[in-house]
Design a protein. Structure first.
Length: 296
């Protein structure tokens, strides 16, 4: 007599979907960068040598260091930056879709300049943060939130930390871009480290730093704000802090360190960060970074 035993069903392990996120440094599309674009008759030359790598990412976040305005005067010196909207073409081709405007140059053309910048970014499908606002991008069922702060001339306020904690409740992963620190230093200062811990305690999952124009050190903080020693800062027991990602697109060709930048590619699923890759960049020609093996 043949017996029919119930078939044992195999348990199929669900593989969580992965979202890729790239963090980049300071981007300035004016001054000599804009002049070179006019000389080459190519507004997208800035990202020509990195776009094949960056455009495959779901999210690409940078600090935009200049207003984008209609009547931007052409000049190659000084510290009042701007660029015409055509210069955004390079960012589009590289896949940049979130920028922080929280920096010491966003107001170079006043509040009208900020308003123009927002409109041009929106028309280029680029979200802007750093204006006391949260930007949210939902990909594969994961909600990513973005904030931006400028702490170059002020310290974080109670309201800043409230914005972080309130935003954390609305998303799965909260990335905070911060303009801070001392220019032309390779190590974060005590304020950066203190403020990073407070940001993490209030809900920041990832911190991307800008402003020093040099690549600075990295730290992995636990949810309690204390440093943890991990090979992978996996977003569950550790929150990565990149104190400065250096220059991505800039015309500071007068020193080796200001030509260097760091791209950080993170693969994230619903459980946390599953992979981290750090990619060195170098500006061989003004305003045009390229991927390099090392920066020694």
């Amino acid at each position: 007599m043949q017996r029919n035993f119930p078939r044992e069903e195999k348990q199929v392990e669900e593989i969580p979907e992965v979202v890729s996120l790239i963090l980049g440094g300071d981007v300035m599309l004016g001054r000599n960068v804009r002049e070179r674009a006019l000389l080459l008759k190519d507004y997208a030359y800035t990202t020509e040598k990195i776009k094949e790598f960056t455009k495959t990412s779901d999210i690409f976040f940078v600090n935009l260091e200049n207003p984008v305005i209609k009547n931007c005067p052409n000049h190659n010196s000084g510290f009042k930056f701007c660029s015409p909207s055509e210069m955004l073409l390079g960012l589009n081709e590289a896949g940049v879709n979130v920028v922080s405007l929280a920096n010491n140059h966003s107001m170079n053309y006043g509040s009208d300049g900020v308003g123009e910048t927002k409109k041009f970014l929106e028309s280029s499908a680029i979200s802007a943060v750093g204006l006391d606002n949260l930007a949210v991008k939902e990909i594969s069922g994961i909600k990513f939130g973005f904030l931006g702060f400028d702490f170059t001339v002020k310290s974080p306020t109670k309201e800043d930390y409230q914005l972080v904690s309130g935003s954390d409740k609305k998303v799965d992963f909260l990335l905070v871009g911060i303009h801070w620190g001392d220019e032309y230093k390779d190590k974060a200062n005590s304020n950066q480290r203190k403020w990073a811990r407070s940001m993490v305690l209030n809900g920041a999952d990832i911190i991307a730093g800008h402003h020093p124009h040099w690549v600075e050190d990295f730290e992995c903080l636990g949810g309690d704000g204390e440093a943890v020693n991990l090979k992978l800062c996996d977003g569950v027991v550790g929150k990565p802090v990149y104190y400065s990602l250096g220059n991505l697109i800039f015309d500071q060709m007068w020193s080796e360190e200001t030509k260097k930048g760091l791209l950080v590619k993170l693969e994230i699923n619903k459980n946390g960060i599953s992979k981290e890759e750090r990619i060195n960049t170098y500006i061989e020609k003004s305003g045009q970074p390229e991927v390099v093996d090392n920066l020694n």
